[in-house]
Ligand binder design. Structure first.
Ligand SMILES: *Cc1c(COP(=O)(O)O)cnc(C)c1O
Length: 431
């Protein structure tokens, strides 16, 4: 077989791919049985040409949807010039991109990494290095981290050590020592666990994987006040919520506070891997050449695409769109909640939205039935339907999703009712 052939017959079918992957890949993923070939706008197309409305956008990555001309052009042009140089030399992209990120964030400096977890690891290292600098200047400050219940920060060691769910951490024990978890939005518990032993409080402004849970204003304000009182750092993970998804460039801007460090990744370079650590001048004081680095991070291609993404978000007013279409989406979900007792809660901000259901089983059914209707969503934390659509979503797309959800939840409730009736009548379950 010619490996360079593009002929149809040389392609593996979905079933062949499944069999090959089952044999060849480390079994980390339980994939949905669909084979995507291309995308356009908010839609993905599978190998049969079937069109899917994508309300997950590659887990919050494809902010501009698929095949956006700004991204296509940036990749095409930059790939002809320079893809990689390493961080031993200058290229035009990092300063240009850092200018855009610092202007919008209120933070002073940037380090470019490749992924979310790598940005988070770097942020933790910066916090430890900063505390070390303060100790060398005679301040009393320890090395402990406070993280939060339901948190998710990634899969590498530091990140997984600060991730709350035991199933992610325990198989890899011992994880990083010196991490303590605080109860979600529990101000008293935060005050209780904070001391001069703590070098940083680590939080997602709005928790993603943990079920789209926003921090309370009081909780975040308390974290800011406590850290400021000792010189410890407030580190905010904006990898999922940052860069416009909530209708503001950074989710912490809904809270009128400024962190010492913020991490970014998912939508930053429109699907090309790129992460970033943003920090204050005070934090950067602790870092010197050679202390931290990366071979690939902040390469010319990723930076060129990220610049194009940010400029497109501005030009097409997509943060405003996230606010208005996201608000409409939440209102429509709240109306559904009036009709369906199985929806316990609707929450979120901008286009980071959740509908919490009353059972994990129903969560699985809804995701599967939505997929049968060619709409992609995800269920996180067992019972939380999560919507992270591209920022180019329109009300018509929302209407399509709401109609499908309405029918699926009604069917599920009717099925449930029928089952209960047969049980009450002493009969057997429906054939
Ligand atoms: C996805 C995510 C990460 C990890 O990012 P990766 O690029 O998968 O390493 C970290 N924190 C948050 C809040 C995330 O949503």
């Amino acid at each position: 077989m010619n490996p360079f052939s593009t002929k149809e017959e040389s392609k593996m079918s979905l079933n062949e791919l499944r069999a090959a992957e089952a044999k060849l890949l480390v079994p980390t993923y339980d994939r949905n049985a669909v084979l995507f070939e291309r995308g356009e706008g908010v839609y993905l197309f599978d190998n049969h040409g079937e069109r899917y409305l994508d309300l997950l956008s590659g887990i919050g990555v494809n902010a501009l949807g698929y095949a956006h001309p700004a991204i296509e052009n940036a990749i095409a042009q930059q790939s002809r010039k320079l893809i990689h140089t390493s961080n031993l030399y200058f290229h035009a992209g990092q300063a240009e991109l850092a200018m855009r990120l610092t202007e919008r964030s209120g933070l002073d400096r940037v380090f470019f990494a490749n992924t979310g977890t790598e940005a988070w690891e770097g942020a933790m290292k910066f916090a430890r290095a900063h505390a070390g600098l303060l100790r060398s200047e005679g301040k009393q400050i320890g090395t402990k981290f406070l993280a939060l219940e339901h948190s998710f920060h990634g899969r590498t060691y530091g990140s997984v050590s600060t991730t709350h769910k035991a199933k992610y951490r325990e198989p890899f024990a011992p994880t990083l020592p010196g991490v303590e978890f605080v109860r979600f939005n529990d101000v008293a518990d935060l005050r209780d666990k904070f001391s001069s032993d703590v070098c940083a409080i680590l939080l997602e402004s709005i928790q993603g994987e943990g079920g789209i849970r926003p921090l309370s204003k009081e909780f975040l304000a308390t974290a800011r006040e406590l850290t400021a009182s000792t010189g410890a750092l407030l580190v905010l993970d904006e990898i999922q919520a940052g860069l416009g998804r909530t209708g503001k460039w950074f989710a912490y801007q809904h809270y009128d506070i400024l962190p010492d460090i913020a991490t970014l990744a998912k939508p930053l370079a429109g699907g090309i891997p790129l992460g970033a650590i943003l920090c204050t001048e005070e934090v950067a004081r602790a870092i010197h050449p050679g202390m931290h680095g990366t071979t690939f991070g902040g390469g010319p291609l990723a930076c060129a695409v990220a610049i194009a993404v940010i400029d497109a978000l501005d030009r097409d007013c997509l943060l405003e769109n996230a606010t208005t279409v996201g608000g409409y989406f939440m209102n429509q979900l709240r109306s559904l909640q009036q009709k369906h007792a199985s929806i316990l809660d609707v929450r979120g901000i901008g286009l980071m939205i959740a509908a919490e259901l009353d059972s994990a089983e129903l969560g699985k059914i809804v995701v599967r039935k939505m997929m049968e209707r060619r709409i992609l969503i995800n269920c996180t934390s067992d019972t939380v339907l999560r919507f992270l659509p591209p920022y180019i979503l329109t009300r018509a797309h929302v209407d399509q999703a709401i109609l499908a959800l309405d029918e699926i939840l009604a069917d599920a409730a009717a099925g449930h009712q029928a089952e209960q009736n047969t049980t009450l009548a002493g009969g057997h379950s429906r054939g």
